[in-house]
Design a protein around this ligand. Structure first.
Ligand SMILES: [Zn+2]
Ligand SMILES: [Zn+2]
Length: 308
């Protein structure tokens, strides 16, 4: 299969155009934590009023949030998740799980534990195939270039322009602790990871697939190696040339990627260029992801999960 250049127009890339800048990701995280008012959002994210206004406008325009009046005089609104915004719940759960496993609570804004009210126990959200119920194993997935499909076009009014400075310098990476939010809040990093998920491992192959400048690719690869997400290994097929392989920590990032992929297919327009479909071994139908409770194995839904 010739998979060339799927990724730049893939569902994941489109989802990142909507929520993949640092401030939007932080705002969405706060929404899932129950923060609703402008002042509280500003305090929790550290965004300036201008920055926060801009991101909220874009999230409203893209239909992830709506304004709910909570006071008439003087008029005041709070922000709430729409159904489309709530659709990112599996993504939020998967980020929480990854952070809990790999950052050991270093991200203080995330709740230390989740309670599944459905069964009354502490839960660790587990990504499963909704068709066969098996936990997701990256080796049981396959990818195909598909026909683009989707709704209308997303708004990108400039608020979502991503900065190359969003990431720390790879030079002093001793014990570099990279949070999931740092990984998604950069244009190239998630795409480099997506290439790794698809088995594109050699430097030149990644560069070709993504159409990425060599200095940017080198920087992102170095960073991902220092963060323990990728490791360099001699290639098996490519003679002595080095390959970049996912570590266990890196493989675990497949779950947030799948959650974004699924949300994008459901809610975002297809746009131009080839799309991508992901399949589980069990079925010829595209993968349907579900986040299950680790205790009772029921699907986790937002209203039944709390953080005491
Ligand atoms: Zn399955
Ligand atoms: Zn449960």
């Amino acid at each position: 299969m010739n998979a060339a250049h799927i990724l730049p127009s893939s569902p994941i890339a489109k989802a990142l155009a909507v929520v993949g800048d640092r401030w939007s990701a932080l705002v969405m995280r706060e929404m899932f934590l129950g923060t609703t008012r402008f002042g509280e959002l500003a305090a929790a994210t550290g965004a300036s009023r201008a920055t926060l206004s801009k991101r909220l406008r874009a999230l409203l325009a893209n239909g992830l949030l709506y304004q709910n009046p909570y006071q008439m005089r003087p008029p005041r609104v709070e922000y709430r998740l729409t159904e489309k915004g709530f659709g990112l719940y599996d993504f939020a759960l998967s980020i929480w799980t990854w952070e809990a496993r790999w950052s050991r609570g270093a991200d203080r804004r995330l709740p230390p534990r989740l309670l599944h009210r459905g069964c009354g126990h502490r839960t660790l959200p587990t990504a499963c195939c909704a068709r066969c119920g098996k936990p997701i194993d990256i080796h049981e997935l396959r990818y195909e270039a598909g026909v683009a499909r989707g709704a209308q076009s997303a708004t990108n009014d400039g608020a979502l322009r991503r900065s190359t400075k969003a990431l720390p310098d790879a030079g002093d990476g001793k014990g570099l602790l990279l949070h999931a939010i740092d990984l998604i809040a950069d244009h190239w990093t998630p795409l480099v990871l997506a290439a790794a998920f698809m088995g594109i491992r050699r430097y030149d192959d990644i560069r070709r697939e993504l159409g990425i400048a060599t200095n940017i690719l080198s920087h992102r690869l170095k960073l991902l190696v220092e963060a323990g997400v990728l490791q360099q290994a001699p290639g098996t097929l490519s003679g002595k040339r080095l390959e970049y392989r996912l570590t266990e920590k890196g493989r675990a990032l497949i779950v947030p990627a799948l959650a974004l992929h699924q949300w994008s297919l459901e809610w975002l327009p297809a746009g131009k260029g080839p799309s991508m479909q992901i399949f589980h071994d069990c079925s010829p139908e595209p993968l349907a992801l579900r986040m299950d409770c680790s205790h009772c194995h029921q699907a986790l839904v937002a209203r039944e999960v709390s953080f005491p």
